[in-house]
Write a protein that binds this ligand. Sequence first.
Ligand code: 5GP
Ligand code: ZN
Length: 129
Amino acid sequence: MESQTNKCPFCTIEDGFVVLMTETAFAIKDGYPVSKGHTLVVPRKHVANLFELARHEQLALWDLVERVRERLVEEHQPDGFNIGLNDGLAAGQTVPHVHVHVIPRYNGDVPDPRGGIRWVVPAKAPYWE
Ligand code: 5GP
Ligand code: ZN
């Protein structure tokens, strides 16, 4: 476990990236943001899967997602959000320490935003066509 956390970018995050902290979780600026304000909400416990967390830790994570969202609304006035997580390698997870992406979205940031997270499988995303 020690070696896993030593190599984990979230367990070794620099203070400059941390935007909010609670007893069980913290929020950090994504190092490679897909939009202005892209933030990750991370439990202090190094586990890969959301459901390895106790229920109170899951709820604390969600509380922090709400606080992060409110903060981003004030800071950047986005027009929408994509909020969610990649659960497992097959689903695109690249860092094996649970994190919820809070991605502010802005009118016009992509030509046609319809479908949002459905674009994880591009060929199936546009069901309206
Ligand atoms: P995943 O693909 O696991 O859902 O997302 C991993 C996220 O972590 C990506 O959005 C990526 O930009 C971010 N990330 C990866 N390494 C670092 C890092 O060293 N520092 C920060 N702040 N974010 C990172
Ligand atoms: Zn970690």
